[in-house]
Design a protein around this ligand. Sequence first.
Ligand code: C2E
Ligand code: CA
Ligand code: CA
Ligand code: CA
Length: 272
Amino acid sequence: AKERGRNNLELFAPVMTRQVSDRLLLEGRLREALKRGEFELYYQPQYDFAHNRLTDCEALIRWNSPEGMVMPDTFIPLAEETGLIVPIGAWVLQEACRQGEAWNRVSVEPLSVAVNVSAVQFRPALVSEVQAALDETGFDACLLVLEVTESVLMSDIEGSVQLLQELRELGVRVALDDFGTGYASLAYLKRFVLDKLKIDRAFIMGIPDDKDDVAITSSIIDIARNLNIMTVAEGVETEAHCAFLRKAGCNLAQGYYFDKPLPAEEFMRRLQ
Ligand code: C2E
Ligand code: CA
Ligand code: CA
Ligand code: CA
């Protein structure tokens, strides 16, 4: 067979278009990356509208590969397919809790840290993984937020209700990520006991000109408020987004208008 050049463009192409041999190569590289400590968490601040304060953040994984930084959309899908997301996800939990504990030791106001949980991780063993991360780091459970998506919960509704309950018994909080993009019906907001709803960037983008996006976003905020669930707007990029969300009663904002995801050291400077 003709030898194909393996430049990193090819290796880091989307999972779907990649050759079988490239997928195997990438899988091996991901396994090595975990062993060698090439993953890093960036933290994106979330600002509280009521007090204009940085109160929360979301941990987002990056891969410092020898060829440069690789973004999660490039490797998380393959990590999920191969099951590598389980050890990677456990590392993310540990690292986010370790960092969160370190920050909370020096910060006057409590800071919550949110971690993304993949569908593959969302199974009964997640409870002991979360417990282990909390025990080993001493991080306060109520400051840890687990972000799950609608499709994760909807694939097994009874199982999800049970698992969410066990997780909340540990004292951690749960956020529904990318809200409005999946197929969860509003009725499930009652069955799944949730602490936060993250309004998907797709709706925020249309504010204030798109009447549908405006209507959907205000409705989500109203329903959440009535159910005692906090709202987080993602992808807040402009002053107009902010003005609208503040007026609509959204609780927290996350997006480039404030900050991009930041390396831990830079995030620390924002905290001070
Ligand atoms: P997500 O959970 O929806 O995370 C939000 C994504 O939007 C992040 O992309 C963030 O950098 C980006 N973002 C934030 N503010 C803005 C904005 O104002 N405008 C725009 N256009 N984008 C904004 P990122 O870091 O590339 O992560 C992509 C996805 O990868 C995440 O989407 C999440 O699904 C997944 N992911 C990231 N870290 C982890 C992880 O540790 N574990 C798992 N399982 N998935 C992760
Ligand atoms: Ca998220
Ligand atoms: Ca999201
Ligand atoms: Ca998203």
